[in-house]
Write a protein that binds this ligand. Sequence first.
Ligand SMILES: NC(=O)c1ccc[n+]([C@@H]2O[C@H](COP(=O)([O-])OP(=O)(O)OC[C@H]3O[C@@H](n4cnc5c(N)ncnc54)[C@H](O)[C@@H]3O)[C@@H](O)[C@H]2O)c1
Length: 358
Amino acid sequence: MGETLRTLLVGVGARGKIWSRLLADEPLTETVGYVDIDPGNLAWAADRFGATPEMCFATLEAALEAARPDLVLLATPPMDRFGETAQVFDAGAHLLSEKPLTLDFDEGLRIVEAAEAAGLAFAVGLNFRYQHCVRKAKEIFASGELGAPSFSQYVYWRNRDGRRPGLNRFPLTMRQPMLYEQTIHHVDEIRYAYGRDVRRVWCRCHNPPWSMYRDDATVIATLELDDDLIVNYFGAWSGQTKINDFLWRTDCDEGALAQFDLFADLRIARGVGADEFQPIALPAQEPLVDDARLMLSDVARQILAGNLRPHPSGIDHLKTFGIIAAMEESNRTGQPVEMAAFFAQHEVPRHWLELPPD
Ligand SMILES: NC(=O)c1ccc[n+]([C@@H]2O[C@H](COP(=O)([O-])OP(=O)(O)OC[C@H]3O[C@@H](n4cnc5c(N)ncnc54)[C@H](O)[C@@H]3O)[C@@H](O)[C@H]2O)c1
């Protein structure tokens, strides 16, 4: 490995097109190939980023053989990730995979085990952690300036048109689309910002009669975190109107912190007598792009420095992924799930669980 990571992009769909741009902009990566089963997307890469025919591949196998990348960026739908990750590690490449890692927790665990056994770096694309709002919230909670967080409400209320041109189609028919495609980001933000792990979850998933999604587009959950922090979570992709809503508010010993917009508008209320929130000035970010840009730089820098567990690490991701799988289990059984019991049942190594959150 030299000064840059020779990177192979797999999947040049809605997300992969953004990754093409971010990889081209990033000085620590050099794109050495594009893989997609749709020749139209490879033609797009040729047109926009000058991908030569030698850099365009219909299969991951052929691309790994010919391009010999240092890093693979997987931006395919999650259904076949287990096989894809095995091919990547067999080829000796480091991996940055889009979320959700897979749709099966045990498969996810085996992917992390494979990366560890191969001695290869493995990160999962939790770019929401790189939003300025989320980073700032983490900093405020860690500083203790508001005292300990006690309870929180997280409301993500959307009307997501899954048939919109340019948007992926697989969530329309996949199992639990809201939970695995969207809530996974939110739960990861929650763990990350508070720097605490979830001890117990209860969850109910639901699909309104008008939903365009085959499986549940609404998720309602209670998350109990370390030190008796409780989060009331509501996520919906099938709001009946186009009136969207977002709030992530946390009340703490010495005031409150709240984010009023999906990717912006963080405000703080200092002191128990505060009667209004004060805005916190933060630089603007292009949502889902600039956060991913920061993540890519960070992951590339860590890998080039020899860090085999670059954050957001695969090992850390097992805790977020486990919560999502436990939420699905709770929805199925109607019972809360203790995360310690869940991880023991799935035989997640204890020393991984004992690592501090990323
Ligand atoms: N982190 C984020 O903010 C964010 C945002 C959007 C999507 N995503 C994730 O990115 C992933 C891809 O989503 P998308 O919106 O780009 O989906 P998409 O359906 O638009 O694109 C997937 C692409 O992968 C290609 N593909 C499918 N199977 C392939 C294979 N075996 N080999 C090579 N190419 C293959 C398809 O032809 C398509 O071009 C998903 O896991 C999704 O959750 C993440």
